[in-house]
Ligand binder design. Structure first.
Ligand SMILES: [Zn+2]
Length: 344
């Protein structure tokens, strides 16, 4: 009896050790376009500099094509060798609900402000048929593009409008997104029972959802696009640099606080732009040199940590072989990972 009890205790201890270690690992990530991954040995670069997660980007089709190619297989093998988690951060909605289905059933697609159904972007979240198709497709992508950390990202169409039909118009962009995400997660868990799915707070989905509650397993991904990287978030009066929205850092932090009343901080992920050469090049090549500022990054990371957020990733798009030939210094990557390691 005694030995049975011991065995039971041992099994409990073993299951406690073996399971959550990987999931609880603090994310120190970068997100790269698959074209960057094709020309640069990112698994080695990440490994040398202390980055432990690589997110692929942009659309499901592009990412699938890369992952299933020979160079994609080598990328996955190398990441595995170095213990780097691979995840896929993708703009997905137009592929989750194929646009050509519009002629069959316009009701699945969003209504614009003029009261017309249009397949230009996103969907009608009060169409069960649309949600069924979206959820099934998300599960299919999740099985073809599994995530090492069980985090999945199927974002709405990039900053685009959502549905204004009589049923949807009562719901904010964030609430509409959450309706879709809750439904997708259910289907993705059929493929990966440990799956978690991102709710992206970004641009027009920055305000916290108010009418819809996240299902267990939906985590906040906070991407403060409407800021400036010339000064830290603690500079409350600083305003957005990429548009004239007039949004200040104080507004961004208020949105973060509101979101953290809905989502758990320990699971939340910040998606930043400190390393995003594509952003500083205004998404046009030739790429400019990254205006890396260690102190601003450190201050921001501490601000996020003050809210209990430890998991951080940054776009590093355009950091391909051409970029590093011109600007060979990779010191920013090491400093970035070191700053994240300072979070306790
Ligand atoms: Zn609608």
């Amino acid at each position: 009896m005694k030995s049975l009890f011991r065995l039971f205790v041992l099994m409990l201890a073993l299951s406690a050790c073996s399971q959550p270690v990987q999931q609880q690992r603090q994310m120190k990530g970068v997100i790269l376009h698959v074209d960057d991954l094709k020309t640069m040995d990112w698994p080695a670069l990440a490994h040398e500099n202390g980055i432990n997660t690589i997110g692929t980007h942009v659309n499901p089709g592009q990412v699938l094509e890369f992952i299933q190619s020979e160079s994609g297989k080598v990328f996955l093998e190398d990441c595995r060798k170095y213990g780097i988690h691979v995840e896929h951060q993708i703009h997905a909605m137009s592929e989750l609900l194929p646009r050509e289905l519009f002629s069959q059933d316009p009701e699945m697609f969003r209504m614009n402000k003029d009261g017309e159904r249009t397949p230009d972007c996103n969907c009608c979240v009060h169409s069960d048929k649309a949600l069924d198709i979206i959820a099934a497709k998300a599960a299919e992508f999740a099985s073809l593009l599994p995530s090492d950390n069980h985090r999945y990202y199927f974002w709405l169409d990039d900053g685009k409008e959502t549905c204004s039909c009589p049923k949807c118009r009562e719901y904010s962009v964030s609430d509409q997104a959450l309706i879709i995400e809750n439904r997708m997660l259910e289907a993705i868990r059929e493929v990966d029972p440990e799956a978690k799915l991102a709710h992206l707070a970004y641009f027009n989905s920055m305000p916290a959802p108010v009418k819809v509650k996240p299902a267990e397993g939906i985590f906040l991904e906070f991407a403060p696009f409407d800021r400036t990287w010339d000064s830290p978030l603690t500079d409350k009066d600083a305003t957005a640099v990429l548009n004239d929205s007039g949004i200040t850092h104080a507004d961004i932090l208020r949105h973060l606080e509101d979101n953290l009343k809905v989502f758990q901080a320990e699971d939340a992920l910040v998606l930043e732009y400190w390393l995003d050469v594509s952003l500083f090049s205004r998404w046009k090549k030739p790429a400019v040199q990254l205006p890396w500022n260690r102190e601003i990054c450190r201050s921001d990371v501490q601000t996020y940590a003050g809210y209990g957020i430890r998991n951080v990733t940054s776009f590093a798009v355009y950091m391909d072989s051409t970029y590093f030939r011109k600007y060979p210094d990779t010191g920013c990557l090491k400093e970035y990972a070191d700053i994240l390691s300072e979070i306790k």
